[in-house]
Each structure stands twice: as C-alpha cells, then as structure tokens.
Design a protein around this ligand. Structure first.
Ligand code: GLN
Length: 762
C-alpha cells in the first residue's frame, strides 16, 4: 500500500473506532468518506484483501440479492465482506473494505469474499478499481429519471464500467433486453440467467421500452413475464434473448410461495437444485436465481447446490421489507417499492391476497426521485373490482396518490402516519391484513412507527406484545389494539369516487347519448409512455364516464394502421431519444394523416418527446433527426437537462398548469406559433431561455409537462374534451350540443394536488 492509502486507512480506522467506542454509533458512511478524501484510489489498494468478489447492481432487487449471496458466503465458512447496511455508493463499499482491512489479522487464513451492492451509476467508479470476479446485473427499469437521465445513459455507464474490468464475468438477466444489450456490447465473459418458460402467474401492463438494442426495431415476444422481461427476438435483425446458461424452470406458485428448479451448466459441470421461497412475487424468483447463480459460481455452495435452500429458509429481509407485523391482533404487511415495476408487483400481490385494507406512502425527496408521475404506470385499476376497499395515502405526495387512486375508482383518505390508517380500520375483521407499500424515504418512517407502536403496546399493557417476523405468519400472539390507537376509530367510511364526483353512478344525470362514443386515440403507448403519460387517457376517459359521456379509448401500437378519421382526441406521450426515433420513423409515412387531422382542428395533446417530433427537427446525440414538421418549432440540444417541478400560467385556463419536466432538448417556437403559456419559474419550459412553455396550434397542445399533464390540471383535460365535443357539433352531431358546456365535476382532490404542487415551487 502507498503511504497515502496507509494514512487514509489509519484515519478512517480512527474515525470508525471513535464512532463505535466513544459515540456508540455504527460506522456509517464517514470512515469511507474520510478514507476516500485522503486517497481516492483506496478501493484499488484494498481490493487485494479479497480472494474473490461480486458486485450486484440493477434497478430492483439489489439489496435482497446481495444479502442472499452474502448469507451463502457466510454459511460456507468464508469471511464475507459486504456493505449490508445498504450504502451502495463508493463510500459504503470503501467502508466495508476498510472494516475487513482492520480485521485482516484475525481473519488471516480464511477465504475472504467481497459481496457488494452497487448503485448503477457508481459501477463506473467501482469496477475499474475493485476488478471483481463477478458482476451481477439484475434488471433495468425506468427509475428516478430525474437523477439518471434516460435509461440509455445508465446502460452506457454500466457498459463502460464492464469494459474497464474485462476479466470480470458478467452474470446478467437475459430476460431483460436492456441488460442483454449491455452484454452484447462488452468483451467480458458472460453467464446469462433467466426464467425458462412463461410463468403466467402475473400480469403487467407496463410498457417498458421494448426495442432492439442492436437495430432499434420493435422486439417480438414469445411471452412476457412482466415489464420488459421475457423471451424476445428482433424480427428485423435477428437479435434474440441469449441462451440461458443458468435458469429457473418449472416455476409453480402455491399459497406458500414459489417453488422452482434452478440449473446451471458451465465448465463441464451441471448444477441443479429445487428451491422454494415463501415470498410470492415473481421478482423473487429472478433475485434468487441470480443469487444462486453467483453463489454457485463463487464456489460457496460447495458442490451442494441445494444448500442454498438453507439460505432461503433463514433469510430475514432488512429494514422492514417484505415483513409481516402483528399489531393489535391485525397483520400488517409492509414492503418497499421505489418505481413503477416494483410498485406494480406489490399491487399484483395485494390482489393475489384479495387484500381490501391498504395504505400507500409516497415521498418525493431527492433519493426518491422528484418526479412522481410514475404512479400512473402502476395498475391500481387492478384493485378497483375488490369490494369495500379501505384505502389510505400518505407521504409528501399524498395528494398525487389520492388523485391517482380516485381515477382508479378508489377513494383514499389522506393520513399522516401508518398508525392512523391502522386505527381507522380497527372496526374491520381482524383476519384481514393491512397492506402497506411505501417508496424509498417514505418507508423507514412507516417501519419506525410500527416499531414504536410495538414497543408502546407492550409498555401500556402486558399482553399487547406486538411481534413481527418476515412474511410467514408464525406464532404472533393475538393482541388488542394498543391503547394509544383504540380511541382513534374511523369517523366515516369513505364515500365512493362515484359519489365524490357526482357521477351517474351516484344517481346524477343519465348517460347522454352521442351518435357514437367519443373516440380517444392513444398513439404508441408501447413506445412513448415515459413516466405515466398514459394517465392522460385514463383521466379523459374517467371524466367522460363521470359525466355520462360515452367514450372509447383505442391504443394504436407500433406497426398498427393509423386511422384518425373518427378520432375525437389524439394523445401521445414522451419518451427517450431512442424511442422517439422509432416513433418518428413509424409516423413519417403517415404524416399527412396526422397533419390534416390537426389542420382540421382535430384535438390533440402531445407530451415532451412527441411534442419535439412534431416540430421540424430534434437531436439524438449529435445527429439531427428530421421531425414531422406539423408545428413550426426546432428542438436543439443544450447543456444538461431541464428537470424539475414546473408551473405554467396560460391564458387558456383559469388555474396554473403544474407538472414535471425532464428533457435534454430545447424547443424554440417560430414567431407565428403560440406558446401554451409562460413558465412561472425562470429557467424552465420550452428552452429555459425565452420564458415560454408548450405550444397551442389550433386544437393541438404540445407541452413538456409530465405528471401526467392532465392529472392535476383538470381544466386542461376539460378544455380538450370541450373542443372535441364542439367539433362534433360542427360535424352535425346534434346530441353533442347538449353536452357543452361540460357539466361541472367535483375536482377537490385534483385542485388540492395542484395547490400542493404549486407549493413545491415556493
Ligand atoms: N428525449 C427527449 C429529451 O430528452 C424527451 C424526453 C421526454 O419525453 N421526457 O429531450
């Protein structure tokens, strides 16, 4: 070691000793931070401590997979060096290495194996320094786009990281084309894993980017497990899911969880095992297959691959994830979900469990991602058929969740804490579980509150010892509601959304007839649906239904014939540069249809990426891409991205429009085009420069607002519907005349969410 790293190690060691012995606190990030400040190459110098190592990354499942591998390593008798506390940046990994270094004498002679969870963007710092034996790539979903930029960027970073450590074997999820296309770009030895055969137990409507990583053509799937995971091939260039070297097969779901075979062939050996997990999410099958593959490759299963079952049996998730609590006689199931795919899996599980009591918490802190539009990608509608739902929402973005649930047909009450939700369902049968899902920073307060209530319960009454354990409901004693909560019974059952909205279901006006239903055409939801833009279709459809206006939503997917002759509203969303390119190519031959629809006052809403491609041109990297030229606008690249909460004051509407922008392109309108409005905050909007946002071109609205745009801006939703009905009147549909002006709806939730969003801007 160099003098610098010796000093760094000593300083960090002293800090750790001080924190532990004097302040009685765990090391946390400080030792790693101090060490790196003195020697930025500390990881390189400490890497030699390890006999083997594995780094785990991916959007979902990092912590679980890391801990499973670490448990397997520890069970083998090896010395496991791991950042279990979950700090997955360079400081956390360095901290774990420093700790191992301080114990190197005690552990001398024992095999030392490093198991490190690593944030996607930090792989490029860690891999060139650590040069791990294995690198596990679990999946890539859209996550925190405000932090990561577009998913292409994350892919580039990981590919760069791998190229810097070419001897590292890449263990990757081959069912995920976004992971497989990284594998196709790097020189590393590879071990593709996946699930062999359609499991068919879970559904998902989430349209992740399903384009070929080689030629950008649309992928075809033999089957999809969920999200973009499945067996795919590209009909245009022949690229396909790599052959699985390690896979789960014969996957069966029972009341007690998943059971499946795992098998792996490599270097002339063939490992097989039958495994079962008490967790009933298919994502756990992927996590376990990845962990088993890595553990086998590391040689810690000692030629007994089924030994991994012991690891699964004793595995305790950290920090309240996948945990069942027994609170005052009721089971409370808590789990963390940070992004649309993860949250959607939780909703699927609530449905599987026929759950009726639920509380969702959503924060928008830096670590969560400021943009919460993704909740519109979560299929809450799946739950709307469940009778007598009792739903609660909380967190800094509770209002957004409340609106989201309203449009899924669920009336949710805002609560401050999980205890309030628990108290509110005190009158419900004790056999029913309260399902709690929260995102990143919203989750620890939920766990803390449940822990506090657990302690309170035992403090106030000897027999109210609330216990919690991981998932399997074992011997939790039946308890009463802790005294602290008993008084706070629910005041009133929530009214249904129908009531709240004064809808025909609530006995208002009878459905008004039209010559034919209002036809909403949603263009390319399979390509352009970045952060919940599909929610715009949900909002319009529900607002029609609540007024008794017959409505139909037609999705036009890539490759479908485009027929706008009977369209009343056309919706199109935002997307990454790559997805945008696929769509502009798709639309090029149909440009005239779209242009004449718009010139004949057809109503349309185009968000972000699609707003850009309606102009004359935009940029993909350094390449200028010809747009459709329907509106007079040019989009060029600028320094960095325009990302954050925004508001627009528009002459068209009484309230400010609120939403979230996240774009690299800067759009300049021609002098004869009209902006949608003025950006309320300087430096935001079309280009961050001229103070304008969006564009109104006849009945076409182009805007950068995600959110989705219509969710917190009911005025804009109704502006589109009113224009569509007026156009019908012009075309001779006399019945449409009776529907304008539009009947008022109760928009209290939407307006509260709009006001809350305005407050975020100060
Ligand atoms: N890809 C485009 C950009 O970054 C649009 C992104 C989006 O739709 N959010 O400029």
């Amino acid at each position: 070691m160099s003098i610098k790293s010796t000093i760094a190690t000593a300083t960090a060691g002293a800090a750790r000793w001080g924190l532990r012995s004097v302040l009685h606190r765990s090391g946390g990030a400080l030792p790693g931070k101090l060490g790196l400040a003195i020697d930025p190459e500390l990881v390189t110098h400490l890497a030699g401590l390890l006999d083997a190592s594995v780094v785990i990354t991916g959007t979902n499942g990092k912590t679980t997979t890391t801990n499973l591998i670490a448990d397997a390593v520890a069970a083998s008798g090896a010395n496991c060096v791991c950042n279990r506390a979950g700090n997955n940046m360079e400081t956390g990994i360095t901290g774990a290495l420093l700790e191992a270094n301080s114990e190197r004498r005690r552990t001398a002679g024992t095999r030392r194996v490093g198991v490190f969870e690593c944030d996607e963007l930090y792989t490029v710092r860690i891999l060139p320094r650590l040069k791990p034996t294995y690198f596990v790539l679990l999946n890539l979903f859209r996550d925190q786009l405000d932090r990561y930029g577009e998913i292409d960027h994350t892919q580039d970073v990981i590919a760069q990281a791998l190229a810097s450590s070419p001897a590292t074997t890449l263990i990757f999820n081959a069912d995920d084309p976004l992971c497989a296309s990284i594998a196709a770009r790097v020189p590393n030895p590879q071990l593709p894993f996946g699930i062999d055969g359609a499991v068919g137990t879970e559904t998902s409507h989430i349209a992740e980017s399903r384009f070929c990583g080689q030629c950008n053509g649309p992928l075809e799937y033999d089957y999809i497990q969920y999200g973009q995971l499945g067996a795919y091939h590209c009909p245009s260039c022949g690229w396909e899911r790599p052959r699985l070297a390690s896979f789960a097969s014969d996957v069966r779901l029972s009341r007690t969880g998943y059971t499946f075979d795992v098998s792996m062939s490599r270097k002339g050996t063939h490992d097989v095992a039958r495994l079962s997990t008490k967790y009933n999410g298919l994502y756990m099958v992927y996590n376990i297959t990845a962990a088993w593959t890595a553990a086998s490759a590391l040689g810690v299963l000692d030629d007994a691959p089924s030994r991994f079952q012991n690891v699964l049996d004793t595995y305790v998730p950290t920090g309240g994830r996948m945990t069942r609590w027994h609170m005052g006689g009721r089971e409370v199931a808590t789990d963390l979900a940070k992004n649309p795919v993860g949250f959607d899996r939780q909703i699927q599980q609530i449905k599987t469990a026929q759950g009726r009591l639920m509380a969702f918490f959503l924060n928008d802190a830096e670590a969560d991602g400021r943009d919460v539009s993704w909740i519109w990608d979560v299929d809450f509608e799946r739950l709307s058929a469940t009778p007598n739902i009792r739903a609660f929402v909380g967190g800094t973005r509770a209002h957004d969740l409340q609106v989201r649930l309203k449009y899924a047909g669920i009336d949710a009450r805002i609560v401050g804490q999980v205890g309030e939700a628990l108290a509110s369902v005190a009158g419900e049968p004790a056999t029913e579980t309260l399902h709690v899902v929260a995102n990143y920073t919203a989750f620890p307060p939920v766990v803390k509150e449940l822990e506090r209530m657990t302690e309170d319960g035992s403090a106030t009454s000897g027999d109210t010892t609330a216990v919690h354990d991981a998932v399997t409901a074992v011997d939790g004693t039946a308890e009463r509601v802790p005294a602290s909560m008993a008084g706070a019974a629910d005041e009133a059952a929530p009214s249904s959304v129908a009531d709240a909205a004064g809808t025909p279901e609530a006995g208002a006006s009878a459905p008004a007839a039209l010559d034919r239903p209002l036809r909403i055409v949603h263009l390319y939801p399979d390509a352009l649906n970045l952060y919940g833009d599909g929610g715009n279709a949900i909002v319009l459809a529900r607002r029609c239904a609540w007024r008794g206006i017959p409505v139909q939503v037609d999705d036009v997917r890539m490759g479908d014939e485009l027929d706008l002759s009977t369209a009343d509203v056309v919706l199109i969303g935002g997307g990454a540069d790559r997805d945008q390119l696929a769509v502009v190519n798709e639309l090029r031959s149909q440009r005239d249809k779209l242009a004449s629809y718009i010139e004949q006052d057809g109503v349309m809403l185009a968000i972000c990426g699609s707003y850009q491609l309606l102009g004359r041109s935009y940029y993909m990297g350094d390449t200028r891409v010809e747009g459709l030229g329907v509106i007079g606008a040019e989009t060029v690249r600028g320094e960095g991205r325009l990302t954050g909460n925004v508001a627009v004051a528009s002459d068209l509407l009484p309230h400010n429009l609120v939403g979230f922008e996240n774009h690299g392109g800067r759009t300049k309108l021609d002098a004869d085009e009209t902006p949608l409005g003025a950006a309320v905050v300087a430096g935001t909007g079309n280009n961050g420069d001229d103070g304008f946002e969006g564009c109104v071109h006849r009945n076409l609205i182009g805007t950068y607002l995600h959110g989705p745009a219509l969710s917190k801006n009911p005025d804009l939703a109704d502006w589109l519907l009113a224009r569509a009905l007026e156009r019908r009147v012009h075309a001779g549909d006399a019945k449409a005349a009776a529907l304008v002006p539009l009947a008022a709806l109760d928009d209290a939730y939407e307006h509260a969410a709009n006001e809350a969003a305005m407050k975020l801007l100060g």
